[in-house]
Write a protein that binds this ligand. Structure first.
Ligand code: PLP
Length: 411
């Protein structure tokens, strides 16, 4: 047996991965330790983590209260089954519903974002089945997951290639264009599904006016407003959910990523009128919302509340955005900085991967997405000092590669 943690060389990890792991990811670093907003690699380097495990570890790494919760709950009960009541799941549901602002809403817990969206799609179809409606309008450049239904819902061809035949009943509108959505509505339409900020699609916030008018459009046509909050939710944008920036209420909300701070859990939350659409036998899961994941999520919500982290995400987000906008405007290969709270994107007019690589070399991890976007998702616990240190590092990295970037082909 290999020593589980130590005495394994990077070369060995790499060769084992190549031999036994399906090559779905392009990996480079091997990370072995985290603390707060820092990550440490096996080759002894330290990084400011502006990925948060893709909007997951919003409270940073190895948060002491999360560690305690996992230890203590593991000593009580980790998993039984949804065949039985569980002390923690309904308490988590109560908290989560309160965060949404929906009254008398109910939750269903699962394990991931794709599963939450899959559940949301099933709920909409079941609700529409009595009126023979099933078609869901989603947005171009959206991302909703990798299961067959959710990759079909995703408005990007590249995730679908080779996986046909795909489930029927999805059509794609232009994001932030109400006319485009309206023109796709027909007698089969049951719902519209939208991210409050597109994440993988390139950190593109929905216009507030678009979301409000979309809400009205859905009401007028008796179709459901489904909001995918898997990436933007649980405080990342400075509010519990991204749609709250537009002062609207969706009919169903999906959540995952930050909900467990790294412990896998997903949820859908449906408004009162839809809260009993799923009946015994309609939908189920083995793991979803088990005592351990529910305990962790309850703690996540408590930590965000007790430490005013929504406020911190908003303030540090504004600081990062305004500072970077000012400091990076001199680079001709950078267009602007966009996003909400701590969900930010540097919009380049060239490929973003070179900047990602340079940042990594200089000690900051961020994610190139949608070709020309450098996505930054720092943990919500980030301090002003850490933010300033990150800004310095980003400026240094831009300086380091300026000559090369100027010569790249404009996108
Ligand atoms: C990540 C993501 C998903 C998929 O979540 P998984 O947990 O990877 O299945 C769905 N929707 C959005 C908006 C996401 O960012």
């Amino acid at each position: 047996m290999l020593d589980m943690n130590k005495n394994i060389s990077f070369e060995k990890i790499k060769s084992l991965s190549e031999e036994f792991i399906m090559p779905t990811y392009r990996q480079s670093l091997c990370l072995e330790k985290g603390k707060g907003i820092y990550l440490y690699s096996t080759d002894g380097r330290v990084f400011l983590d502006f990925t948060s495990g893709i909007a997951v570890t919003n409270l940073g790494h190895c948060h002491p209260e999360i560690i305690d919760t996992i230890c203590n709950q593991s000593n009580e009960l980790m998993h039984a089954s949804n065949l039985f009541y569980n002390k923690l799941q309904p308490q988590l549901a109560e908290q989560l519903v309160e965060c949404t602002g929906l009254e008398n809403a109910k939750c269903f817990f699962c394990n991931s974002g794709a599963e939450a969206n899959e559940g949301m799609i099933k709920l909409a179809r079941l609700w529409g089945s009595s009126t023979n409606r099933y078609e869901i309008i989603t947005m171009k450049q959206s991302f909703h997951g990798r299961t067959l239904a959710t990759l079909t819902a995703t408005g990007q061809d590249k995730v679908k290639k080779g996986f046909g035949p795909l489930p029927e009943g999805f059509v794609y509108a232009d994001y932030n264009k109400l006319d485009s959505v309206e023109s796709l509505i027909n007698s089969s339409t049951v719902a519209v599904m939208v991210e409050s900020i597109q994440g993988e699609g390139g950190v593109i916030p929905a216009d507030k006016i678009f979301l409000r008018k979309l809400r009205d459009l859905c009401d007028c046509n008796n179709i459901l407003f489904l909001c995918d909050e898997v990436q933007a939710g649980i405080g990342r944008t400075g509010k519990w959910f991204g749609f709250q920036h537009a002062d609207i209420l969706p009919d169903v909300i999906s959540s995952a990523k930050g909900l467990g701070n790294g412990f896998p859990i997903g949820a859908l939350i449906a408004k009162a009128e839809l809260a009993n659409v799923f009946q015994p036998g309609n939908h189920a899961t083995t793991f979803g919302g088990n005592p351990l994941s529910s305990a962790v999520s309850l703690k996540v919500i408590e930590i965000i509340k007790n430490n005013n982290l929504l406020n911190n995400a908003e303030l540090i987000g504004l600081h990062l955005k305004s500072k970077l906008t000012k400091e990076l405007s001199k680079y001709e290969w950078i267009d602007n900085i966009r996003g909400l709270g701590l969900m930010l994107g540097i919009v380049l007019n060239v490929e973003a991967i070179y900047l990602q690589k340079k940042l990594e070399e200089n000690g900051l991890l961020a994610i190139a997405t949608a070709g020309n976007i450098l996505r930054m998702l720092p943990p919500m616990i980030i301090s002003i000092e850490e933010a300033n240190k990150s800004i310095d590092l980003i400026i240094k990295s831009c300086n380091d590669i300026n000559d090369e970037m100027i010569n790249l082909k404009k996108l």
